[in-house]
Structures are given as C-alpha cells and as structure tokens.
Design a protein around this ligand. Structure first.
Ligand code: CA
Length: 400
C-alpha cells in the first residue's frame, strides 16, 4: 500500500497504522485527530466538509470516549475510509489538504481518553519471577500466580500524557539500617515498561466477558509507564498492596493504536502450564509481537517484546469481569512490567540493577541505580513484518 503523502519508510505512523488521538492547535481546542507520518488529520474538519458520516459533537470533544462509543465497526470504517483516500489520487481528502492536515510540529497532544478506572496487571512471568527473587529468593513466584492474572486497582487521576513532567514524590519509607521509618523524597524512583489496553465498549454490571469476545471490548493499545517509588512501595505494600509508591504518576503515549491495526502482528504467547481454569482458556493467537525499548537520557537500557506476556489481554479482560465487575469505555488495563528472560530485556530499574546492587553505565559514562532529577525516561514500541511498520511513537517523562 502506498500513499501520495510523504511518509518516512521507518515511520511508526505508516498507512497501515492510522491511530487516533486528541490534539489542539493555536486555533483549535482539543479534538479528535488521526496520525499519518508527520501529519495529523483533523477529523472534525473532515466531518464538517461532509466527507465522513459521523454525528455532531463526537469529533470536537476533548477525549476519544464519544468517538470510541460509536463502536468498533464504525470507528474502523472511518480508519479504512481514510486509508483508501490516502492511497488513491484525486480524492476529497487530497483536494482539501490545507483544511484537513496539520503538521505534527504545529499541534499539541493531550490525554487521548477520559480514564474512569485503571487496573495494573502483573502478567509477565519473567518480571514476577525477578521481583519475587529480589524480595523472596526461596519462593519467587506466589502459588496463585500461574492460576490468576494478578492485578491491583490503580489511580486514574494521575495518569498523564507523554511529555508531562514527573515530580519526584515524597513519602514514608524505612531505610534498611534504621529501625524506624523516615519521611522524605524517594531515593528509589523507577519506571515500569508496560502496554495499556484502552477499553472500547461498556460491559454490563453483573455480567462477565468470556475470552472469545474479550477483544471486542478493547479499542486499542498505548505505551504505559507505571512510575514507581520502590522504597515507599516496599514499606507500604504489605498487607494491602501498592498505594502511594505507585499512584503519584503514570504516563501514556498520545496515539491509540487500534487492535485492527495490530491484527497482522499477532504472535503465539508462552505455553501456560498448568492449564488455566476453563474461564481463562483461550483459542487462537492472543499475544502481539510489539518490540519495546526504554531509553534513559540518551542510552537504551532495555529491549523487550510484548509477546513474552504470560497472561494475554483476552485473559485479563475475562478475569477482570468474571465476578461481574463492569468495564467502561476509556478504562485502562495495564499489562504489568514487560520483561524478557535476559538482563538486557528487563522492563524496570529494579530488575536491571537488581534492587540497586548493580549500577548501570550510560553512554556518557554516568552511572545509575535509580532515576535522578533531570533524567528523561522514554519508552518506544513498534511492530514490523513484511515491510509493514505499525508503531506507538514514544512516551516520555522528565524527572523534576
Ligand atoms: Ca506496574
């Protein structure tokens, strides 16, 4: 597929992708856009010109929720219509180019969805085993781990879009050499490389979603950085789980890559042994081959892949709703830290430095155990196969 628009061959935002997001310009308030190469397609303007059959007050909104609420059949039809126009000469999209297209450097990106609830899973067996080994060397994986997609309910209000500064949190923690807790700025600020699934359909209160229909409830995916303060987390987590060590900030990438765009990049996940209970069993290929990386300032510190996830998104949705808990449009289910089996594929500094025991050296010669003020942490992700590239761009945050 070729487009008349100039798109760099290595662009994450190829003709195969066409993700949705919320952008604003000097003249326009936040509204729905579609990314192609270094351009943003103004969906409200396209609608006003009578080119797309979308109801009023959907594309001029400051979140994708009303647009997502049209349903996947209609939202993907919009995507496919744009794709067709972008590949054919003499189309209305090209004729109205100046009214419809904005250069990416002229727009500001915003949070793509209004997030009602956010749940963070713990679905990478490598991450769970590493985190377990660090704190419980004899018994790294809890006995329930291979039976339940473990998760906790996170905080939605502090999820921010890429580029938003991250304030080093203060809190209470207990130094190992002290009998009493102290108060101060965290000394162990970390990132977690994750993928977030954006819920695309309300489920009914009291009703569960089976694994076969689970993906119908997912609109698309974003990169997700679950910033974590390890010292605060360590002191507070028992007995009820993560709280202030996690909920001060999470960052997401601005463009929601649809599951439709990711269809060509499905990959077989790990074998699940023992076999999960029937409500968690899946048919078909439910993992996705997404190459992921984390960069600390100018140095790439990890390369991993979303296909390593032990529990896939369909299983997470099925488990989340099995008790009748309802999901809503705009909710985010984060995957949990994504680690591979090698040191260079770990998705957090906790693992990369083995809880601060081993320093990592950056290309400029500086060393780190955890994040310092002024550091910038950037996650990136893309799929590539048969000359097609579909990517997420980046999610970036600077510690201040
Ligand atoms: Ca996490």
């Amino acid at each position: 597929m070729n487009t008349w628009l100039e798109v760099a061959p290595n662009s994450d935002f190829s003709i195969y992708n066409l993700p949705f997001g919320i952008f604003s310009t000097n003249k326009n308030k936040p509204q729905v856009g579609v990314r192609i190469g270094d351009y943003v397609i103004d969906l409200e303007q396209t609608r006003k010109l009578g080119l797309l059959n979308i109801p009023r007050n959907i594309c001029n909104q400051s979140s994708l929720n009303p647009f997502i609420g049209l349903g996947k059949i209609r939202t993907n039809a919009v995507r496919l219509q744009l794709q067709e126009w972008l590949t054919q000469e003499n189309t209305p999209l090209k004729r109205h180019f100046n009214q419809i297209f904005h250069k990416i450097e002229d727009v500001k990106m915003h949070l793509p969805v209004k997030i009602g609830d956010y749940t963070d899973f713990y679905s990478s067996i490598e991450h769970a085993t590493n985190a377990g080994k660090i704190f419980r060397p004899d018994n790294p994986l809890y006995p329930n781990w291979k039976h339940i997609p473990i998760a906790y309910h996170g905080r939605a209000s502090s999820i921010v879009v890429s580029g938003t500064p991250i304030y080093r949190p203060q809190g209470q923690f207990k130094p190992t050499d002290s009998p009493n807790p102290v108060f101060g700025y965290t000394k162990e600020l970390d990132f977690e490389l994750e993928i977030g699934a954006i819920i695309g359909k309300n489920s009914e209160y009291g009703k569960n979603i089976g694994t076969t229909e689970a993906e119908n409830y997912v609109f698309g995916l974003v990169l997700f950085n679950d910033w974590s303060a390890r010292d605060i987390q360590r002191w507070e987590t028992l007995p009820l789980g993560p709280f202030l060590g996690k909920n001060f900030a999470s960052s997401i990438s601005p463009w929601v890559v649809t599951l439709d765009a990711l269809e060509a990049f499905r990959a077989q996940g790990p074998t699940q042994d023992p076999k999960p209970l029937p409500y968690l069993q899946v048919e078909g290929i439910r993992n996705f081959d997404i190459q992921l990386s984390a960069k600390l300032n100018e140095t790439t510190i990890t390369n991993t892949n979303f296909k390593y996830m032990y529990w896939n998104i369909a299983q997470q949705v099925a488990h989340h709703t099995v008790n009748g808990c309802n999901l809503k449009i705009g909710d985010i289910l984060a995957s949990g830290t994504i680690s591979g089996s090698e040191v260079g594929s770990y998705g957090s500094l906790l693992e990369l430095t083995w809880a601060g025991k081993n320093q990592i050296t950056l290309t400029n010669g500086e060393t780190r155990t955890y994040l310092e003020n002024g550091d910038t942490l950037t996650l990136a992700g893309f799929c590539e196969k048969d000359g097609k590239r579909v990517g997420f761009g980046e999610v970036m945050g600077k510690i201040v």
